[in-house]
Design a binder for this molecule. Sequence first.
Ligand SMILES: [Zn+2]
Length: 465
Amino acid sequence: MIKAIRRMQERKLRGFVKLLYHHHPYYRRLMKKLKLTPRDIRKVDDLRKLPLTTKMELRENPKAFVLQPQRKRLKKTLSLKQKLSALLNMEKFKEKMKWEYAPVTFFASSGRTGMPTPAFMTRYDLELLKVNTMAAIKRITKGIKRPVGQNMFPFAPHLAFWHVTLGLLDYQDMFWIAFGAGRTELQVDVMEKFKVNVIAGMPTFVKRISDVMVEKEKRSYVRRVVLGGESAPKGLVKAIKDNFSENGPEPQVIQGYGLTESKMAILECREGSGYHIFPHIHIWELVDKNTFEPVEEDGLIVFSHIDMRGTVFLRYLTGDFLKGRIVEERCPYCGSTVPRIEGKIKRIVDMEKNLKSTKVKGTLIDLDVFDEILSEIEDIEQYQVIIKKENKYDPYSRDVVEIYVGPKKHVINIDELVRTVKEKVKSYTEITPRIKIKSPSQIFEEVMGPLKGVRVIDKREKTKG
Ligand SMILES: [Zn+2]
C-alpha cells in the first residue's frame, strides 16, 4: 500500500481508539478487561490485540456500540480547537457536539436471519456519507456526457437507499429521479422518456425492471447499473445486461459491497475492478474461517472503523467470506492506489448450528450457491429459497430447503424444469430441495416485500449463544 495511505490510516486509528476508549461503552469495557490503553493500539497490526466483534455481541446490546461522550472524560478527547470553542461560545460548542454525536436515525439490514439490528447515524455520519457518495457518483458517471440517474433502492431505513439519496442531494452534474423499489411499469416509462442512463438498485429489482423493459419493447439508454444491498450472482448480472442491450447499449454493471454495520458501502470503479475501500473510513482485514487468525488470502472479511460516530466497531466479523485478497497495487482501471477487495464475496452460514456465537462450523453451506445455480437456469424468471425447520415448533427437527421457482412464459415442460433444479442443487450442495412452482410476479412481490430483495432466507430460529 502507498505509505501515505497507511500513515493516514494509523493517524486516524490512534485518534479513533482514544475516542472509543473514553466514550464507547463496549470497547471501553473490552479494553479495560484486556488491560489495554489507547497507547497499545498505534499501528494497524496492533488491532489484533482485540478479539473480533460478532453480530451476537451487537444484537445483545446495540446501544453499547454507540459512541456516547462522557462529560467527565470529555477533556481527554477534545482537540485544542474544540476546547477553545467551548470557552468562547458554550452554546455553539454544545450544538456542534450534538451534530457530531447525537443519533438522528438508524439504518437496519433487511434481516436475512430474523430481527434486524440497527446501526445509529448521527448528522456527522450523514455528512460523511454524502461527501463520499458524491465522489463515488463522479467516478461512476465518468464518460457520460449528461448523466440522468434513477434511484431504485427501496425507500426504507436501508443504507443503500440513503447512500444514493444523500449523495445526489447536493450533486450538481446529474438530473435524477427517485422512485424507491416499486411501480415497475411507471419506472420503465420514465426511464425511456427521460433517457435515464445511470440506475442504482437491488439486483432482483433491477432484473425485474430490465425484464419489463424487454416485455414493453422500451428503448434503453442505460449505460451504468449500480447494484447493491444484496449479492448479484453472475447469471443475474448477465441477464440484466442482455435485457438492457436488447434495445440499447450494453451497460456496465458496477457492484457495491456494504453492511448496515459498516455504515458505508464500498464500490467497484469499473465492472470487475474489485471494491475500492474508503481508506479514511475503514480498515479491512481477512481472517481464517476456523482460527480467526489473520490471513493474506481467502478469509472472512473483518472491518474496523477509523471514522464515523453513532454505532461504530473495531474488528467486526462480517460473516462474509472473500475468495480472493485485498489488493494494494495500483488499480489497472482507474489508476487509483486505494486498496481494493478483489475476488468473490460469499455469504456463509452454518447449516446445522446456525451462526451461533463466533464459531462457524458444521456443514458450511454457501448461500450464494443457490443464487449461482438458479440465476443461471435460463428458464427461470424469478426464484426464492427458504431454509427452515421441518417442524417450526421443534428446533431439533431437520433443516429443509424450499425453492420457489417462477418459470419464464415460454416454458412448457414444468416437470423437466423442476427436475433440473433438483438435480443441480443436489449436485452442488448434497441437499434435496423441495420445489414449488409459483408465478414469477408473485415471487418478485415476496422477494421485494418486507425483506427487500432477499432471495435466500434462513427462517430457522436463532439460538442465543
Ligand atoms: Zn479502480
